[in-house]
Design a protein around this ligand. Sequence first.
Ligand SMILES: NC(=O)c1ccc[n+]([C@@H]2O[C@H](COP(=O)([O-])OP(=O)(O)OC[C@H]3O[C@@H](n4cnc5c(N)ncnc54)[C@H](O)[C@@H]3O)[C@@H](O)[C@H]2O)c1
Length: 412
Amino acid sequence: MSVGIVGLGYVGLPLAVAFAEAGEDVIGVDVDAGRVAALSDGRSPIEDIPSERLAAVVDRIEFTTRAVNLHQAEAILVCVPTPLNRNREPDLGPLLGAAQTLAGVLARRQLVVLESTTFPGTTREHLVPLLEESGLVAGEDFALAFSPERVDPGRTDFTLRNTPKIVGGLTPACTERALEVYGRVCEALVPVSTPEVAELAKLLENIFRSVNIALVNELAILADRMGIDIWEVVDAAATKPFGFMRFEPGPGMGGHCLPVDPFYLAWKAREYDMSTEFIELAGKVNKQMPYFCLEKIERALNDAGRPVRGSRILIVGVSYKAGVGDLREAPALKIIELLRERGGDIAYHDPHVPELPELGLRHSELGGECDLAVIVTAHPGVDHGAVVERSPAVLDLRGVTRALRAEKVQQL
Ligand SMILES: NC(=O)c1ccc[n+]([C@@H]2O[C@H](COP(=O)([O-])OP(=O)(O)OC[C@H]3O[C@@H](n4cnc5c(N)ncnc54)[C@H](O)[C@@H]3O)[C@@H](O)[C@H]2O)c1
């Protein structure tokens, strides 16, 4: 028996490797033939899974573009993207495409679990009818559940193994089947009564982060106007041992999750005559942050008697978060776009991102000439002290150079 994984990205690949490390045979299916070829060679495109770790189990994983191979799997875990379309509405294309493909290969007694983040009702309303085109009945002939992935790329203290896994099956028996499968790779399991509870729980987690980041970002803009150090405020508030949770201000939200997932729920809520104000407001505030950062950059250059046009600006850290090279929705890209529109001459330093082909830029080492360095994402491996030392002026959007108390540094 084996475990099938559909979609081998940030979520699917770590799952595939975890099951292989637990001694299971794994069939990993992806529509991206280039990705499948690289993975088959033991080359991992994802930082959380170093190639050596993949190579150690690659014999136990069959990477393929052929979904038909899933026919023999005991369980099939679906980890395909759930993006927004151009109108910022849910694009279930990859998910429905995967479900249609699965309907053609589904076998009796198989378990199918959806892991992709999505609005409540997706599993029951969208997956069930498509999968039942196989002629098999969900909850009777095959088991179906939703179990949200909670992985935080770049994080090492909480991983798939020790992060509790929520599981909501279509029927109690479906939940039991899914719990048994996940029990092989997860230490703690959290069964819930329905797929909808599991779907909404994941969205609550993401919206909680989005709203709290927006709150601290809004206060950062106010604190800036009032001449108060927001970082000192956050440090002070975080000494409260109860009733407060620390969130950091920053240049805005990025990644596949926070800028996208809450809007899955906002869209679904309209069906119920609800307008989800917190979601919209948080999105609005967080989307404004790159513009506020632009204003801070303009002010920092102004202090040096320079306009944006013609100034050499070094962006330090372009991925959306520290420790990873993921560029999806990265605020740094928006900041670069805005600076270029104003004639800024941009270079960037990011050891996780060798090049930005669409922008015609390559990672440059520290030490080159610049008028202003802007720390947008603070990777752990980057020497921010050296950034301060080697730049005539610095704007620190992440609060990582505060301890230096250097006069040439301005902060968010
Ligand atoms: N990245 C995260 O940190 C994270 C965390 C928790 C949950 N999620 C959720 O997990 C899901 C997957 O996210 P990700 O970051 O792994 O995405 P990703 O883009 O890194 O990977 C998705 C993979 O699925 C493949 N794919 C697309 N359509 C397919 C199809 N029909 N059949 C087979 N493969 C297909 C793509 O080629 C890609 O390799 C999303 O719903 C996301 O919201 C992501």
